[in-house]
Design a protein around this ligand. Structure first.
Ligand SMILES: Cc1cc2nc3c(=O)[nH]c(=O)nc-3n(C[C@H](O)[C@H](O)[C@H](O)COP(=O)(O)O)c2cc1C
Length: 175
């Protein structure tokens, strides 16, 4: 069985997870920009990871746009983000629907891991986006639970990554 881990990472948390998963699965971790959809044909198991940016799993279109070509393969997609893991409603409603518009195919399982957001490491564009989002959401008169959560997330500042969190994904690929 040939396995590959592919990732797209802006600040390094997804890269860390990709490398931990590749180590556990004894395979390589490759940046998404270095692999084409055609090259995926030779793998039986594919793990794809990307950071969450406005609920979009960075670069996941490599998998979703090629879902038919990848139909016979076992695929795990993981995201890294700062949304607490107990916010399943948020995750299922926003992230799954946004990234898998036709539903999650049977051969794909989705995992979410906590990543990092260090405010002093963010690009100017990202820092401005976070500040703007916080301003807009804080100004809402009757904020929904989701909007309150977004305001809280804008203040998240730290590395919440957890190597132990990869176990279920690794077992899913191995089983
Ligand atoms: C502009 C911006 C938007 C973000 N949007 C989300 C989001 O919608 N949900 C979430 O959980 N985390 C969000 N995050 C946090 C990142 O997903 C998190 O830092 C992730 O671990 C980054 O992964 P990477 O460094 O591998 O790209 C956002 C961060 C930035 C800077």
């Amino acid at each position: 069985m040939k396995t590959i881990v592919i990732y797209k990472s802006k600040y390094g948390s997804t890269k860390n997870y990709a490398e931990w998963i590749a180590e556990a699965l004894c395979c390589v971790a490759v940046e998404a920009k270095n692999i084409s959809a055609g090259e995926l044909a030779e793998y039986d198991n594919i793990v794809y990871g990307g950071g969450l940016y406005g609920e979009v799993i960075n670069g996941v279109h490599l998998i979703t746009k090629n879902a038919q070509k990848l139909a016979g393969k076992k695929i795990a997609v993981f995201s890294t983000g700062i949304t607490p893991l107990d916010c399943r409603g948020y995750y299922d409603d926003y992230v799954i629907k946004k990234n898998f518009k036709n539903g999650v195919p049977e051969n794909i399982k989705v995992f979410n891991f906590l990543g990092k957001m260090k405010l002093d490491e963010l690009s100017v564009v990202h820092r401005t986006a976070i500040k703007t989002l916080k301003k807009i959401m804080s100004g809402k008169e009757n904020p929904s639970e989701m909007e309150k959560l977004l305001v809280e997330l804008c203040d998240a500042d730290g590395d919440f990554s957890d190597k132990n969190a990869i176990t279920d994904l690794v077992n899913y690929i191995k089983e």
